[in-house]
Design a protein around this ligand. Structure first.
Ligand code: EPZ
Length: 422
């Protein structure tokens, strides 16, 4: 098992480029199943989740190849509509492969995605969306079979603006007969990037980024080439790390507007934040003030994927901040780990009071999921002494070489393989 070893207290200086967005690349790779021919997707990060998506596409019969950050997918010959359980369990978001497979093959079978550390993650909205387009769905012995001789456009109103369900319906509706309207759709930038890719393939999708998406079904699609948007959560994580550790850092290949809420909070805490074109400069002396109450919300609200990192940062703020996690019902597992480092946190249900302390102290902590892991790295960089973060495999799911990005900025962090006796 691997761990990150971090010697804290070193301010960060320099420039780092932000890699492509995991949560944009995954649905776009799923979209390549909609038609045969060779698609080219650029700036795709080297992440565990992308590898798993590659294995799923391969298991379905597509050819998936990588050269650097460019991926080619040729889905001309699909040999099955079944996604192996072992792969479904490795990545929840494989559920949005149902839409493109249903559209392309008229049927798909999957198992219910496995459990997740951050909470119960039902798929009722995915199934409601596909059923509204005319799919027949039956679930037996843990297997969900979905079939449709043809898909027909419909108006779909989501009770919650689910990112994955919005993407699944977009993917199923692009070749459906007639028009589909998604109301209360998710508005995340990754949805807009998926719309751009689908329209490059010849689809007719409008309104992504707003709460109403309109899809006019088309008969034919063709392969396309596309560059993935930068990862706003990776950019947000590095901005918070620089703010917590102190120093002066420039992030390049960013879209500052995509992380506007996070930058607003850093600014409110007294950190100097200067967006400039596709770059963001962060300057911090390491001391900052509390920011009041924050609630995680669907985009453009404060993202749940930045909640743990922001909490780690606010542990050292003068005063008390409050964070309320409104999206997932079990996304506070980092709280007890931060407390091991001397953080002063009070939890009540899904709300955490963060009472600022003069300093954190290095400790052995464990990442329980991707963003909780990133938060422990942020805390370790600003703590006194050495922090060992276990569970690095979680962090690798969403950050390509986090330790390399941070050590290129002068952070004292390295990856170490931990023997069982440690
Ligand atoms: C996407 O997950 C992201 N994953 C998550 O990022 C992110 O946390 C989440 O959106 C919210 O922003 C990818 O894009 C691959 P949702 P998704 O469906 O699509 C409820 C990370 O760290 N819901 O928008 O699975 C659900 O329980 C990951 O990179 C239903 O009730 O999230 C939750 O409370 C973690 N029924 C809310 O909607 C459904 O059928 C939002 O979930 C589906 C969802």
């Amino acid at each position: 098992m691997e761990q990150f070893v971090i010697e804290g207290g070193k301010p960060l200086y320099g420039t780092v480029r932000i890699h492509g967005a995991k949560n944009a690349a995954l649905p776009i790779l799923a979209a390549t199943l909609l038609t045969g021919g060779i698609h080219e997707i650029h700036d795709v990060p080297r992440l565990k989740d992308i590898e798993v998506m590659g294995r799923i596409l391969g298991a379905l019969g597509a050819r998936f190849s990588r050269a650097g950050t460019r991926i080619q997918v040729d889905a001309s010959t699909l040999r099955t509509c079944h996604i192996p359980d072992v792969l479904m369990r490795q990545m929840r978001s494989s559920i949005f492969l149902m839409g493109p497979l249903l559209s392309r093959l008229g049927e798909v079978s999957v198992t219910r995605p496995g459990g997740c550390a951050i909470g119960s993650r039902p798929i009722d909205l995915h199934l409601y969306g596909l059923q509204s387009l005319g799919a027949h769905i039956e679930e037996k012995d843990g297997l969900i079979r979905c079939s449709a001789s043809k898909l027909t456009g419909a108006t779909i109103h989501f009770k919650t603006p689910s990112v994955g369900a919005t993407e699944n319906v977009m993917l199923a509706a692009v070749k459906a007969e007639g028009t589909t309207v998604i109301r209360n759709a998710a508005r995340e930038p990754e949805i807009v990037d998926l719309q751009s890719f689908l329209n490059r393939m010849g689809a007719d999708v409008q309104g992504a980024g707003t709460d109403t998406i309109i899809i006019h079904g088309v008969r034919e699609l063709h392969p396309a080439s596309h560059e993935i948007i930068p990862d706003r959560i990776v950019a947000g994580t590095l901005a918070v790390a620089a703010a917590a550790a102190g120093g002066e850092v420039t992030l390049t290949n960013t879209i500052p507007d995509h992380l506007r809420y996070t930058l607003h909070l850093l600014n409110k805490a007294g950190v100097s934040v200067s967006p400039d074109g596709d770059a963001i400069r962060i300057r911090s002396d390491g001391r900052h003030r509390a920011v009041g109450r924050i609630e995680t919300q669907p985009y453009p609200g404060f993202p749940t994927d930045m909640q743990p990192q922001m909490m780690a940062f606010l542990c050292l703020a003068d005063g008390t901040s409050v964070i309320c996690e409104r999206i997932f019902d079990a996304r506070l597992k980092h709280v007890s780990e931060l407390a091991r480092m001397g953080a002063d946190l009070t939890v009540e249900g899904n709300t955490v009071w963060i009472h600022g302390v003069p300093h954190l102290t290095g400790a052995d902590v464990e990442a329980t999921d991707l963003r909780a892991g990133a938060a422990l790295v942020v805390a370790g960089l600003s703590a006194r002494g050495v922090t060992r973060v276990g569970g690095v495999q979680h962090i690798d799911r969403g950050y390509e070489g986090l330790e390399e990005m941070l050590s290129s900025l002068g952070g004292r962090i390295y990856r170490n393989s931990r023997s069982d006796s440690d």
